[in-house]
Design a protein around this ligand. Structure first.
Ligand code: IMP
Length: 204
C-alpha cells in the first residue's frame, strides 16, 4: 500500500522500525505493544534502503538510520543501533558487532572466537555490556536519541537458545544466566534495548 493511500484512511498511525534483524524486531514489537501505534519493520512497510552506517557512535548510527527512513516515508521512523562491548578487548566489537569477523559469519563462530580471546581471564576482567541507542525522527522534524546499557560478563562457554547474536555468551550475574537462557519477558525487563525503548516511549 502506498503512503498516500494510507493517509486517507483512518488507520492506527505507524512507527516504521529501521531494522532487518528479526530477533531485534520481535523484542521491539513486544516492548512497544502498549503504544497506540502499529509497529512495522522496513520490510513490512515495503521500504528498501541501503543505509551506510558510517557514524562513530551508537547514537550517530541510530540517527542515520532513523533519518533516512523518516525522509523516505514521511512517517515516524525509529532505529536501533546496538552492540556488545568487551572491556578486556578495548570495548570491541562495539559498533562493529554485526560486522565483526564478517557480516555473514555465524554467531557460533563469533561467540567462540570471543570466548577464546578471553581464555585465562578471570572475574571482573571479563566485564562486558550490551549498549543500545534508539533514535526516533517524527514527520515534523523532531528527533530524539535514548541510550541504555546492561552490564554483565563474557560467559566462559555459550549457553541458552533464546534471543539472538551474542546472547549465549552474555552472562548476567544477578540472574546467574546468559541472556540466551532468559525468556523474552525476562530479557525485556532488563535489556539495553528495553531500557532505551522505555525511555523513548515517554515521548509518545
Ligand atoms: P546493528 O544491527 O548494527 O545495531 O547491530 C547490532 C548487533 O549487536 C547485532 O547484530 C548483534 O550482533 C549485537 N547485539 C545487539 N543487541 C544484542 C542483544 O540483545 N543480544 C545479542 N546480540 C546483540
Amino acid at each position: 500500500m502506498k503512503i498516500e493511500e494510507r493517509e486517507e484512511e483512518d488507520e492506527m498511525p505507524r512507527i516504521i522500525f529501521a531494522t532487518g534483524n528479526a530477533g531485534k524486531m520481535k523484542e521491539i514489537r513486544e516492548i512497544l505493544s502498549d503504544l497506540p501505534y502499529e509497529v512495522v519493520s522496513m520490510k513490512e512497510a515495503g521500504v528498501t534502503a541501503d543505509i551506510v552506517e558510517d557514524g562513530t557512535t551508537f547514537e550517530e548510527n541510530a540517527m542515520i538510520k532513523a533519518k533516512t527512513i523518516a525522509e523516505l516515508t514521511g512517517e515516524i521512523a525509529m532505529a536501533d543501533d546496538s552492540g556488545l562491548e568487551v572491556d578486556y578487548l578495548d570495548k570491541a566489537p562495539g559498533i562493529y558487532s554485526a560486522r565483526f569477523l564478517g557480516e555473514d559469519t555465524s554467531y557460533d563462530i563469533k561467540n567462540k572466537y570471543l570466548i577464546d580471546q578471553l581464555d585465562g581471564v578471570e572475574g571482573s576482567d571479563r566485564s562486558a555490556r550490551f549498549v543500545c541507542a534508539i533514535a526516533c525522527v517524527w514527520p515534523d522534524g523532531k528527533s530524539k536519541v535514548c541510550r541504555a546499557t546492561i552490564e554483565g560478563e563474557l560467559a566462559k562457554a555459550p549457553a541458552g537458545e533464546n534471543g539472538f547474536g551474542y546472547d549465549p555468551i552474555f552472562y548476567v550475574p544477578q540472574y546467574g544466566k546468559t541472556t540466551a537462557e532468559l525468556s523474552m519477558e525476562e530479557k525485556n525487563e532488563i535489556s539495553h534495548r528495553a531500557k532505551a525503548l522505555r525511555e523513548m516511549k515517554k515521548e509518545f
